[in-house]
Design a protein around this ligand. Structure first.
Ligand code: DGJ
Length: 721
């Protein structure tokens, strides 16, 4: 396993535990000749470009980083404008390098290797002699974790200015057109919708022009064989480690080949490369599975949970929290918060989170962003006093911030009206009565970092919810010269990453959670800095089945924030039982978001049981292997299970949304167990039976539901000694 180089034949074979990726240099071009299930040996690799016509032009060649303008009419991976205005470049292979481990990416989030032997990196150097443009295609293969990670560095080694107009992270030419495209779409409060559509000649594109990865389309897509299912068939996943605008396109050409490219959105993008400058693209994480979507997801989960997320919370069990947002919105004072916190501590909850409304004069969402000074009308003793009192109850204290924003009605805006993204002479489009701070500017970043650092070092904050509640408009920066205005959106993201780097390094004991009106920026870039994300502002348990199921296609459950909220639900008005809400939220990173002081005695007892239950299963849920058993997108029932790495323990959650008259028998076949082991299976009622792993996976378990809507249950499994 690793990277095998056949210099004589110009071939590179990247091999991991279950996958091979093969590149062939021909006529100075790196050609893509294979990606799929692991190929055994070097002798297998001859003649992989089967059936390619003799002397085929660029339009027929499967390439690794294609150009436009010299006979390939498909989507290029890059485009560069020379000082003379022309846009023709021809990158030709120069040399290669092998590096142990995985180099970090300058200024960008990236998956990492902890030791040099868990990954190996290949760099292919290409150059366009005429312009001096150099490209370094970087491939890291993770042997055990089974992924190939690609990014590109574009360097100006010429003597004149170059303008990048497009710079993808990766492009792959599949020598077949027999694929369907799977991707995640949505909207505010409707994230994680799984879409699947066949490719037809022409392009199928997903993108975000919003300056954030977006609720609407997530920076992830998979090409799958038409027969691929959750448990079988070939799947090729692409996930971009980036939090800004992106594009990904699958293009089926006239010859039945499919080109898939992914990277920064080239719409409204340009980047000036002065002589000597280099541009590093974000990276694309590519995962192959021959066992369907489930296996692809588990590979992403393992990699993202252990080699993307960082810090002391990466491997730690996450605290059960209560958040006051849906309990009080802006209408709270110390007394109200303390009442909730008191109740939380009695229930066994571990973290109290103070959400929006604690600063400036923020009684609604129309003011004060930027003025990060506690509102003494609501908190007469200030934040430190409140946090101290909460700590005395045995709870950790968490705080909401939305640092990237400024309200026009704020002291910050009155003092620095040019600190927001804007275009001189144009109106400033407000969304939720707020503008976006220009993070391309150093003094703006300094203000944010020093203000937050002041709070985090004087208030005992253990958790921070970092929110971002609008998309970017009038994307221009007062600081940048005209020829660099097209860099603003990407520089914004780089500025954000720089701040996050500094803050997370300075406050390593804080657990950071990212949020963008829920899942508007649920992406691997944010997970590098913050190991968990608020999945959706939609807390309705029925809606959450789909949202959490869809999100889990790529993202580990430890990242998926899930809260029990009040009924009728605030987003959809639905009444669901506390038990059902609890089982859905316990299938994620668990918490409560409602007024705990309003519980009846019976509810209080039920919540105590839930909290206790979650403490017992949370290591499995947060760090186990996820097996999706029944999809909410396909029927009335949903089920999933979490299995320990050694397969000796598991927990299964199952749900039925609507009652059915005279229902058919429902059988749940489990997955991921050891067929030869016997397991003690305990239902929610506490009753235990001992059953074989083979029986549980092949014959399954009958699910029993009471005759009412919104039924749920769980099984806990432990290998019998
Ligand atoms: C949007 C978030 O998603 C909510 O959870 C809450 O924090 C509000 N913002 C506060 O304004």
């Amino acid at each position: 396993m690793g990277i095998f180089v056949n210099e004589a034949q110009g071939r590179f074979h990247l091999q991991s535990k279950r996958m091979s990726y093969v590149i062939q240099i021909a006529d100075g071009l790196p050609l893509h000749v294979y990606w799929g299930k692991k190929l055994r040996s070097e002798s297998n690799l001859q003649g992989l470009m089967i059936g390619m016509p003799e002397g085929a032009g660029l339009d027929r060649l499967p390439q690794e980083y294609p150009q436009y303008g010299s006979g390939d009419f498909r989507n290029p991976a890059y485009q560069v404008q020379l000082a003379d205005g022309t846009r023709i470049t021809e990158l030709r292979y120069i040399t290669y390098r092998l590096l142990p481990g995985k180099p970090a990416l300058e200024g960008l989030p990236a998956v990492y290797a902890e030791t040099d032997d868990e990954a190996q990196t290949l760099e292919l150097e290409l150059s366009d002699a005429y312009s001096g443009l150099k490209a370094v295609l970087r491939y890291t293969v993770y042997e055990e974790l089974d992924a190939v990670v690609r990014s590109t560095v574009l360097v100006n080694e010429g003597g004149r200015v170059l303008q990048l107009k497009r710079a993808f992270s990766a492009s792959v030419d599949f020598q077949s057109g027999d694929y369907e495209l799977i991707y995640l779409s949505g909207a505010w409060a409707r994230e994680g919708v799984i879409n699947r559509r066949p490719l037809r000649q022409g392009g199928t594109k997903i993108d975000s022009k919003r300056g954030v990865s977006s609720h609407q389309l997530n920076p992830f897509a998979a090409l799958v064989r038409p027969d691929a299912t959750e448990t079988s068939g070939e799947v090729f996943g692409f996930s971009l480690v980036y939090s800004g605008g992106f594009e990904a396109e699958a293009e089926l050409d006239a010859f039945g080949s499919t080109r898939f490219g992914i990277g920064l959105n080239s719409f409204d993008f340009s980047w000036q490369l002065n002589p000597g400058d280099a541009f590093q693209t974000p990276e694309a994480v590519m995962v192959f599975s021959s066992e369907g979507l489930g296996e692809m997801s588990r590979t992403y989960h393992r990699l993202y949970r252990t080699r993307l997320c960082r810090g002391k919370y990466r491997d730690a069990e996450r605290p059960i929290l209560v958040n006051n947002w849906e309990a009080t919105y802006f209408n709270f004072d110390t007394e109200k918060l303390m009442a909730i916190a008191n109740e939380a501590s009695r229930l066994g909850i571990e973290l109290f989170v103070l959400d929006d409304g604690w600063f400036g004069k923020r009684d609604s969402d129309n003011c004060s962003l930027g003025d990060w000074v506690e509102d003494r009308r609501k908190l007469p003793g200030g934040l430190a006093d409140l946090a101290g009192r909460i700590k005395e109850l045995g709870l950790k204290f968490g705080l909401w911030v939305e640092p990237e924003m400024v309200s026009p009605d704020s002291d910050l805006y009155r003092e620095h009206p040019d600190w927001c993204l804007h275009v001189p002479g144009r109106r400033r489009t407000e969304a939720r009565w707020q503008l976006v701070l220009d993070l391309t500017r150093k003094e703006v970043r300094e203000y944010i970092v020093s203000t937050l650092s002041g709070i985090f070092s004087t208030v005992p904050v253990s958790y921070v919810k970092w929110d971002m509640n609008r998309n970017l408009t009038e994307i221009g920066s007062a600081e940048l010269p005209p020829e660099r205005q097209g860099e603003t959106a990407h520089r914004y993201v780089l500025g954000l990453y720089e701040m996050l780097d500094r803050l997370t390094a300075s406050f390593p004991d804080i657990l950071f959670e990212s949020c963008s009106s829920g899942g508007g920026r649920f992406d691997p870039g944010m997970l590098y800095y913050m190991p968990q994300t608020w999945t959706s502002d939609n807390t309705d348990a029925v809606e959450r089945l789909k949202i959490q199921y869809g999100t889990s296609l790529v993202y580990p459950v430890s990242a998926i924030g899930a809260h029990v909220s009040a009924v009728p639900n605030h987003q959809v008005g639905r009444m669901t039982p506390l038990e059902f809400r609890g089982d859905v939220a316990m299938s994620g990173n668990f918490g409560y978001e409602l007024d705990l002081t309003r519980f009846t005695d019976e509810e209080r007892e039920a919540v105590k049981r839930q909290v206790n239950e979650y403490k017992q299963v949370r290591r499995l849920v947060q760090q186990g292997e996820l097996y999706r058993l029944k999809s909410p997108f396909e029927g009335n029932e949903t089920a999933w299970m979490f299995v320990s790495a050694d397969r000796r323990e598991a927990v299964v959650y199952y749900f039925r949304v609507m009652a059915e008259p005279n229902p058919a028998r429902s059988i749940l076949r489990l997955a991921g167990l050891e067929p030869g082991l016997d397991y003690v299976v305990q239902g929610k009622d506490g009753l235990e039976t001992c059953l074989g792993g083979d029986r549980l996976m092949q014959a399954g378990l009958p699910l029993e539901f009471k005759q009412s809507d919104y039924e749920s249950g769980f099984f806990k499994l432990k290998a019998a000694d």
